[in-house]
Write a protein that binds this ligand. Structure first.
Ligand code: SAM
Length: 292
């Protein structure tokens, strides 16, 4: 058995041995708390039948714990300095592949088929670089890869927005766009003391799971996403106000807006944060129907 990477002493020793300092610009905060790592792995409900994708392995703290329980692990790391370090720290494991890639440039479906073949359950587990949490998640969700679950660490504030329900202050376009694809819940909070170096914010583990199929789908996904985003541009104003900013303020347009709201049964005086995901889909389709 090998000593775990994720302790403060070993992490510091690895960084000293290779003479590297963490890069803030790449969101490098390394986990040094084994307890937290075990809880992350438990949240992902991994078995040796699962293949796992990791984004940003760092020096391998999480990668190693994934490799101990999963079938195969595929990790994407952008920082060239970390590639030889990972080859060393992860050398005891024969089920890990590290690709030196920017995750935002990866064709995920093609790469996963190439690396894993098809058929085995797929999971994604990562301590995400915080500066690009949202673009990474959006890319992953839009890629069409059917992950059984996604367990990811991010800034607590972003985690709260992803998992927010209608009528709460954190509810907005991010909640809707994510929950359109998967169920989202905060699994647990991670204190900043669990990292080297410590970030300035607290973190949270979000667990995304497969959602029930929606009864009504948007006529076009991009129109739906654009419409949802526009609905929250002026949060303090009434929904009516946001809609006239997006569609137009002339009389003919206002009449069509009224018509679409009536089709979807939505009160123009309401605020966007009260509307459910299903209502946003109905509204998208209603505005399309009236020709807006
Ligand atoms: N998994 C390690 C851990 O938990 O200790 C490191 C997590 S650290 C928060 C984020 C990692 O993502 C860093 O290793 C960083 O270099 C990497 N990273 C940043 N941007 C990336 C990108 N665009 N594509 C792939 N990896 C990236």
């Amino acid at each position: 058995d090998y000593p775990d990477i994720a302790t403060p002493v070993r992490t510091q020793a690895i960084m000293n041995q290779y003479g590297i300092a963490t890069k803030k610009s790449l969101g490098q905060n390394f986990l040094t708390d084994l307890n937290i790592l075990h809880n992350i792995v438990a949240a992902a409900e991994l078995t040796d039948a699962d293949n796992v994708v990791e984004i940003g392995p760092g020096i391998g703290a999480l990668t190693e714990q994934l490799a101990k329980v999963a079938g195969k692990v595929l990790a994407f790391e952008i920082d060239d300095r970390l590639i030889p370090i990972l080859a060393d720290t992860l050398s005891p494991y024969d089920n890990i592949t590290v690709l030196h890639k920017d995750i935002l440039d990866v064709n995920l479906p093609a790469t996963l088929t190439e690396q894993f073949g098809t058929g085995a359950p797929l999971k994604l587990v990562a301590n995400l670089p915080y500066y690009i949490t949202t673009p990474i998640l959006m890319n992953v969700l839009k890629s069409g890869v059917a992950f059984d679950n996604i367990v990811v660490m991010m800034q607590k504030e972003v985690a709260d927005r992803l998992s927010a329900k209608p009528g709460t202050k954190d509810y907005g376009s991010l909640s809707i766009v994510v929950q359109y694809r998967m169920n989202a819940e905060v699994a647990f909070i991670v204190p900043r003391t669990a990292f080297i170096p410590q970030p300035n914010v607290d973190s949270a583990i979000v667990k995304l799971t497969k959602r029930e199929p929606l009864e009504v789908l948007p006529f076009d996904e991009n129109s739906f996403f654009k419409f949802v985003k526009a609905s929250f541009v002026h949060r303090r104003k009434s929904y009516w106000n946001n809609l006239t900013v997006y569609f137009g303020k002339d009389d003919a347009t206002k009449e069509k807006i009224m018509e679409a709201l009536a089709i979807a049964n939505v009160d123009p005086k309401i605020r966007a944060e009260k509307l459910s995901l299903e209502t946003f889909i109905e509204l998208t389709n209603a505005f399309h129907e009236v020709g807006l």
